[in-house]
Design a binder for this molecule. Structure first.
Ligand SMILES: Nc1ncnc2c1ncn2[C@@H]1O[C@H](COP(=O)(O)OP(=O)(O)OP(=O)(O)O)[C@@H](O)[C@H]1O
Ligand SMILES: [Mg+2]
Length: 407
């Protein structure tokens, strides 16, 4: 099956590399040449089977083809110093850690490590950017505090929670919370969309998950944020082997992580809009499960404030209190989007002539000197904007979250 082809090829490459190392150590160039050619072919197959990393797989194929030619021509190969990449091995495309017959991290693992690095994201959200959610904020701050500070009695050894599950309707601040926690901890923020990892790395996804945890340890303090964790289970239940392997790896890594001795904190946070899809195996690994509800009246008012007054804008003909009253059922994202939309309406009203102005400016520098007018956002503008972003969540759905939270 195409799904697991790359996983199979990966194993073959590892095995064949081991044999190649042994042949070269014996000085058996004839066998080594055959094996090098085989590895080159395997890398080409890997490039065909994968959606990503094709280029580096092809580069590896090329390097092993060159090694094959050198071996086949009978050219004597320099013996590499001990502890390096092994005798005459071609170097990896990224110059990552060498494989060596006995070393665990091969070129491919280095490749996964490099892919994982791409998931590091900026986290510039602070706690005060997040309205409401006091309980969630407190739980996260506590976890951070107790994972850094030391007990007054050095004999005391506690394990602060390291694994959090945030669940609730879409657009309620789950991603923001993870970013704020990361920001406070000055941590490496590793933002993993489980759905993307599954679809991009197909048969390789378990290896990618392991690479993500390696990255988290290497770059600690760090926060690993697994978004849309429920896709893990959804895909597994379709019986796709790749997903099953991924769930297993995910659980194993979460367990290993639980008992791992760490000098600097690593926190795993997972988020989902469909907590009921998660099974016991996954749920039980998260010692803290936090419901992230829709914003209440106070929080809605604060989100309006952040997105209007917080940006230096003003309202006319309507108050924040009125807005908070009329937006029950809206998520933070709905409100933020409505404010953005209303701001655009105000700008269009206040600057009807920008098209003409654009035509008359001659250069970018001139454009940068232009000033556009800013006026208060009118009642009818914010109301129209709110209508546009009608809350997509129904009472029925909301009840489902609340029932699940109670359980
Ligand atoms: N509690 C909040 N306080 C302030 N802004 C919020 C809040 N909740 C949501 N927002 C606004 O909505 C946007 C989306 O929030 P966020 O990405 O954290 O939602 P989410 O819960 O991760 O959503 P999803 O489940 O769809 O991933 C934010 O960028 C922010 O503008
Ligand atoms: Mg999110």
């Amino acid at each position: 099956m195409a799904v697991d082809a790359s996983s199979f090829i990966y194993q073959e490459i590892k095995k064949t590399k081991k044999k190649l190392d042994q042949a070269m150590a014996r000085g058996d160039n004839e066998t080594a040449a055959k094996l090098a050619l085989r590895i080159s072919e395997l890398y080409k197959e890997l490039a065909r089977a994968r959606k990503w990393g094709k280029k580096s797989a092809l580069e590896m194929a090329e390097e092993y083809r060159r090694l094959y030619e050198r071996l086949a021509s009978g050219e004597p190969l320099p013996r590499a110093p001990r502890g390096s990449r092994g005798p005459g091995r071609p170097s990896g495309p990224r110059g990552g850690p060498g494989p060596g017959g006995d070393s665990e991290a091969g070129e491919l693992d280095a490749e996964f490590d490099a892919e994982a690095e791409k998931l590091i994201a900026k986290a510039d959200v602070t706690w005060s950017d997040i309205a409401g959610l006091e309980e969630a904020k407190k739980a996260l701050m506590e976890a951070i505090y107790y994972s850094l500070a030391r007990p007054s009695d050095p004999g005391v050894r506690l394990e602060p929670p390291r694994r959090f599950l945030l669940y609730g309707p879409p657009g309620t601040g789950k991603t923001m919370l993870a970013m704020a926690a990361s920001n406070m901890l000055k941590a490496t923020f590793i933002n993993v969309s489980v759905d993307r990892v599954l679809s991009r790395y197909v048969g390789d996804s378990p290896r990618m998950i392991s690479a993500i945890f390696r990255l988290a340890y290497r770059r600690a303090p760090s926060i690993v944020f697994f978004d849309e964790v429920e896709t893990l289970v959804a895909k597994r239940d379709t019986g796709r082997e790749a997903a099953t392997g991924l769930v297993q790896t995910f659980l194993t890594e979460l367990d290993g992580f639980k008992t791992k001795k760490l000098d600097k904190p690593v926190i795993v946070m997972a988020a989902t809009n469909k907590p009921w899809m998660l099974d016991e195996a996954i749920l039980s690994r998260f010692e803290k499960r936090i419901y992230i509800p829709l914003p209440d009246r106070e929080a809605r008012k604060e989100i309006f404030r952040l997105n209007i007054e917080g940006k230096g804008l003003r309202l006319e003909g309507i108050t924040l209190d009125e807005l908070a009253d009329m937006t029950e059922g809206y998520s933070g994202r709905d409100i933020a989007n409505a404010c953005r939309e209303a701001t655009m309406m105000m700008l269009r009203r206040a600057n009807p002539d920008i098209y003409k102005r654009l035509e008359s400016v001659g250069s970018l520098a001139e454009l940068q000197r232009q000033k556009y007018r800013v006026e208060p956002i009118r009642r009818e503008e914010i109301l129209a904007a709110l209508k546009k972003v009608k809350p997509p969540i129904t009472k029925e759905e909301l009840r489902r979250y609340e029932e699940w939270a109670r359980r």
